[in-house]
Design a protein around this ligand. Structure first.
Ligand code: ATP
Length: 455
């Protein structure tokens, strides 16, 4: 099979309504994407699968759905106003801006995230690193990634706020409210799915790095001496869950971040990486944040976040183990992993070999001919019946071969066709996406067939 390029993926996603460039009719908007009908279903499945696995099925996890714009002091307390910054260099001729560490990493094959400005300048000069357009670069300077917004009816310094830079901060300042209202005891976790915003200097490739994205995060509150087993558990658990979504194990790895790469609040940080066509890249992080967050919110708000152990009366500020995964980045991993091109009998077809749990539609139903009411009615009855249980696609356009190709490209595991034989003996053909093989089944048996295959 030929290597799949990012362009192949971009083209499929647009053609099949998975991902569109945002505001395309206005010429697009840099690094912003809209998820089309198929992409929206897939994101919806991923949110639900994640929420069910990590929140609803756990005794000691609860959820939160917080505001995107919170009090600006939240972001001072979290350290983002002061130090949520990446080092940036400018092409002295085109004035395009680049993330310094990315240029250095690409040129030298090292990890320079966390180098000081002086260290980056030195490496650039010593190795004569130029911009991607071949021009000299400016000295490095820091660029804060928080996205500022003005809210309220009067324009003054009080109206400046920030779009949240990560979903976890509202979890921290709500710690006590959640803990007391849900009667949880440590260790317990609070999870949240939602949008985060970062003024990234360098975006892409595609929707790997965007300025608006969605995160699925858990902050697990633990005793100060009890963080290590939870980190290990999260590492195993998250890989198992990712495997259950069908991601190839051989293309995933855990990588411990070096000291310099780590964010100011992380004492330990492990990335989960995927091998994209453009190299190994992070798509999830597991972090030990110590008591940084609750202490800082305590200092800035005046609220005491000390927790008292109910049995022993012991008092401490809880420590935090964090699990954080980017939803859209996970979708990109899944699509990259599932995209296959199959050559058979001189014909080629693109198949998105998604796990049925992730696929937008679990099955598609076709009447063989769109202009034969008896076929359409019978197919529609099957479609309506299945719809009560799963999202199902309907297609009556073009010939059946083309409909198969379309469904293969969006990853629909089974296609059910109602033909003339169906009118006589109440059977249908069921075609398997991965093998392209067809079986004849009685309509009565469809439910149990799909229930078994999709389990
Ligand atoms: P990176 O090193 O790629 O900038 P990060 O280490 O800053 O990521 P975290 O702050 O730990 O990322 O966020 C957790 C997850 O959120 C990441 O693993 C990623 O999946 C997702 N994420 C972070 N930034 C972006 C972004 N700009 N676009 C899309 N997803 C993102």
């Amino acid at each position: 099979m030929a290597d799949v390029t990012l362009n192949d993926i971009v083209s499929l996603c647009k053609r099949r309504g998975i991902v569109f460039p945002s505001s395309e009719v206005y010429g697009g908007w840099e690094a912003t994407y809209d998820f089309g009908p198929v992409g929206a279903e897939m994101l919806h499945n991923l949110r639900n699968l994640w929420w069910k696995e990590f929140i609803q099925s756990q005794k000691n996890m609860v959820g939160l759905d917080s505001a995107i714009i919170s009090h600006p002091r939240v972001w001072e307390a979290s350290g983002h106003v002061e130090s949520f910054a990446d080092a940036m260099v400018e092409d002295l001729e085109t004035h395009k801006r680049y993330r310094d560490d990315h240029l250095v990493d690409e040129a030298l094959g090292i990890v320079s995230d966390g180098y000081s400005l002086d260290e980056l300048d030195k490496v650039i000069v010593e190795n004569k690193i130029l911009s991607p357009d071949g021009n000299p670069l400016s000295k490095a300077k820091y660029f804060n990634q928080l996205v500022e917004v003005k809210v309220g009816t009067t324009e003054n310094s009080k109206s400046v706020a920030y779009l949240r830079g990560e979903t976890c901060q509202p979890i921290f300042y709500n710690f006590e409210l959640v803990q007391q209202s849900s009667r949880q005891q440590i260790p317990f976790g609070i999870g949240q799915i939602g949008k985060a915003f970062r003024n990234e200097i360098k975006v892409g490739p595609y929707f790997f790095r965007t300025r608006e994205f969605e995160q699925m995060e858990i902050e697990l509150f633990v005793r100060p001496d009890d963080w290590e087993p939870h980190i290990d558990r999260f590492k195993k658990w998250s890989i198992e869950w990712l495997k259950s979504l069908g991601i190839s194990e051989s293309k995933m790895r855990l990588r411990d971040q070096e000291f310099k790469e780590r964010a100011h609040y992380n004492k330990v940080a492990t990335d989960v990486e995927y091998e994209f066509s453009y190299g190994w890249k992070e798509f999830q992080g597991i972090h030990y944040r110590g008591d940084w967050d609750l202490k800082r919110h305590g200092e800035f708000s005046g609220k005491d976040f000390t927790y008292t152990e109910p049995k022993t009366g012991e008092k401490y500020i809880p420590h935090v183990v964090e699990y954080s995964i980017g939803l859209s980045r996970l979708l990109l991993v899944l699509i990259s992993d599932a995209y296959t091109v199959e050559e058979k009998d001189g014909k080629s077809r693109i198949v998105l070999r998604l796990d049925p749990k992730v696929a937008a539609y679990k099955a598609a139903v076709f009447p063989l001919m769109a202009n034969k009411p008896e076929l359409v009615d019978k197919a529609d009855a099957i479609y309506q019946g299945l719809l009560k249980q799963y999202p199902v696609a309907w297609d009556a356009r073009g010939n059946v071969g083309k409909r198969y190709y379309y469904q293969d490209e969006i990853g629909t595991p089974y296609c059910i066709t109602v033909d003339y034989e169906s009118l006589e003996d109440d059977t249908v053909t069921v075609r398997d996406r991965d093998t392209a093989e067809q079986v004849r089944l009685s309509i009565e048996d469809l439910d149990s067939f799909l229930a078994e295959k999709l389990a």
